[in-house]
Write a protein that binds this ligand. Structure first.
Ligand code: ADP
Ligand code: DP6
Ligand code: CO
Length: 331
């Protein structure tokens, strides 16, 4: 029996991945760029056990026998094929990020699983190989292998992986408005967007242009341009999916109130810009020196909203996925 434990953090994209060019290989329609966070780690242990007749997946203390378990097994099949074995595994994972809420649990989840499973099955993968593997579990997981700011390029199976790119230090204030599971998963929602939204072709062309500009703005340390591109790309992604049939709308009135507050903060001279993934929760980027002030303003906004019980956390750039001991310390 061989065991390995890994930890990975979620990442929030500044230029989003929304749509695949190849579902089976999990290749994206466009490249994307994200910030790996230093909060909300996922810790995953993989025990390869010849005595098991099937894989076992336990998430946050509950053994799963559903799509989430099948997704883990399908992923382990890829690892087993590369390792040349049919042995099953027991996978035990703990998310500190809300699962399926639009805060990138699939990213931290499959990045941790890629690192733990490849070690437990004896694969010797470099960072690019781990990113390619994690991509097959969830596209965004390719970027959680990488620390700080990650660029995941479009391409084929061999060339579509994430790597770190130079960028200024970015703080991210994460506002959890609703930790519940979204009604439509990212996977299903992006499929429906491609099939039915007339805006999808424009999303692809505009995102490609914005990504090139974003890489240049990151290299130049131009925080204002990074922010402008981030907020525009997020709103374009949500507009594109709202053009689907039936429409997909993840943003709630509280999300919109936060976007409005961020516009007001800019009028006060703070370089803050909002984004949101496939869920109502909002993340705001700003220079690290302004993060506490931004967090206080966003708390004030959510406190004034009836029926909203939000949590506001300040995050910074986080580490890439890595092996740890079972208790979560460095391996
Ligand atoms: P999110 O916004 O949280 O990324 P998604 O719809 O993209 O939401 O993905 C949620 C799915 O990711 C879960 O239903 C489950 O299948 C998978 N997932 C989440 N956390 C883990 C984990 N720790 N290990 C394996 N799979 C996970
Ligand atoms: C809105 O990576 O969760 O967060 O590849 O089907 O697992 P699958 O989808 P996923 O999609 C993430 C979408 C997003 C934007 C982003 O993270 O770039
Ligand atoms: Co996801």
């Amino acid at each position: 029996m061989t065991t390995a434990t890994a930890q990975a953090h979620p990442n929030i994209a500044l230029i989003k991945y929304w749509g695949k060019s190849d579902e089976a290989m999990s290749l994206p329609a466009t490249g994307s760029l994200s910030l790996t966070l230093d909060i909300f780690p996922t810790t995953t242990t993989v025990e390869v056990d010849e005595a098991l007749t099937a894989d076992v997946f336990e998430l946050n203390g509950t053994v799963r026998d559903d799509d989430a378990a099948r997704r883990v097994s399908t992923f382990l099949d890829l690892v087993r094929a590369q390792a040349g074995t049919t042995a099953h595994a027991r996978v035990t994972s703990t998310n500190t990020v809300p699962t399926g809420a639009g805060l990138a649990s699939s990213a931290s989840g499959f990045a941790a699983l890629a690192v733990a499973a490849s070690a437990a099955y004896g694969l010797d993968l470099d960072e690019a190989g781990l990113s390619r593997l994690a991509r097959r579990g969830s596209g965004s997981a390719s970027r959680s292998i990488i620390p700080n700011v990650a660029l995941w390029t479009e391409g084929d199976d061999a060339t579509s992986y994430a790597r770190e790119v130079p960028a200024p230090t970015i703080a991210m204030v994460v506002v959890t408005l609703d930790a519940g599971v979204k009604h439509v998963s990212s996977r299903v929602a992006m499929r429906r967007t491609i099939e039915t939204s007339p805006f999808f072709p424009a999303w692809v062309t505009s995102t490609r242009t914005s990504l090139d500009e974003m890489v240049a703005a990151c290299a130049a340390g131009d925080f204002t341009r990074i922010g402008e591109l981030t907020e525009a790309n997020a709103l374009r992604m949500h507009a594109t999916m709202q053009g689907a049939e039936p429409a997909i709308r993840y943003l709630s009135p509280a999300s919109i109130a936060l976007f409005d507050r961020v516009v007001a903060l800019r009028a006060e001279g703070i370089d803050a810009y909002a984004t949101a993934d496939a869920g109502p929760n909002v993340a705001v980027i700003c220079p690290p020196a302004d993060a506490e002030r931004v967090a206080a303003a966003l708390r004030e906004t959510t406190d004034a909203l009836p029926g909203v019980n939000a949590s506001v956390l300040v995050a910074g750039p986080g580490p890439g996925a890595h092996l740890v001991d079972r208790a979560g310390g460095a391996a």
